[in-house]
Design a protein around this ligand. Structure first.
Ligand code: GRF
Length: 208
């Protein structure tokens, strides 16, 4: 596999890291022409950090415990991404906002995935089972996943890819969450595959 144009990924994640795991496996098995260069978590005890360490991927705990001011944390994250020569930053279950320095140095190069069809069911407080509970309470017949560019607000940047997931009559929030998460792992890989391919071909799609 051609590694010259290989997409260099930096992943920020807070808890379980099942999306991280799926992306790591896709890279390792050659299903995705990309390399996870670094993993950063705000949660020192996260399973996500352990998953990265297990694969010998450099993994760092950077949070407001390690860096008490927002500015110093933003700088530390930026320096870590630069040190590992990251091209594209992925927020895969990262529960914090990204600082202005990282956003400025990675313009249109920070992506988040959100487990709904944004702009529906997004924004502050819309995470975890709350998203799926709201979808069921609103009697939606479908939900989905949105991968979008990140700006300074929760779940608000331009969507670059969306996929749909059905909601069935007897779904509980947990059942729906499991169905969406299963699809989300696959969808990250499909979307990153499209980005990697476009890059090899010298275009940008689906990125701006
Ligand atoms: C994902 O559903 C993501 O969309 C949301 O948090 C979840 C993270 O799951 N923001 P995991 O940590 O990758 O298992």
């Amino acid at each position: 596999m051609d590694t010259i144009k290989q997409l260099r990924l930096g992943v920020l994640t807070s808890h379980n890291g099942t999306n991280l795991q799926a992306i790591m496996e896709a890279c390792k098995e050659g299903r995705l022409n990309a390399l996870i260069c670094v993993v950063i978590s705000n949660n020192s005890k996260s399973l996500a950090l352990k998953r990265a360490q297990r694969e010998l991927i450099p993994a760092y705990h950077l949070s407001n415990f390690s860096h008490p001011t927002a500015e110093s944390l933003d700088t530390a994250i930026l320096n870590t991404l630069h040190r590992h020569k990251v091209d594209l930053v992925l927020l895969a279950g990262y529960m914090k906002l990204i600082g202005p320095k990282v956003l400025c140095k990675f313009p249109n190069r920070v992506l988040n995935s959100h487990p709904s069809l944004l702009p529906k069911y997004g924004g502050k407080g819309m995470y975890g089972s709350q998203v799926h509970r709201s979808v069921i309470e609103a009697d939606e017949k479908e939900t989905g996943i949105t991968i979008h560019l990140v700006d300074g607000e929760y779940d608000r940047g331009t969507p670059i890819a969306q996929c749909r997931v059905p909601v069935f009559a007897n779904d509980t929030p947990q059942i729906l969450e499991d169905r969406v998460k299963l699809r989300e792992r696959q969808f990250w890989i499909e979307t990153l595959g499209n980005i990697a391919l476009a890059r090899e071909e010298g275009t940008n799609e689906p990125m701006p």
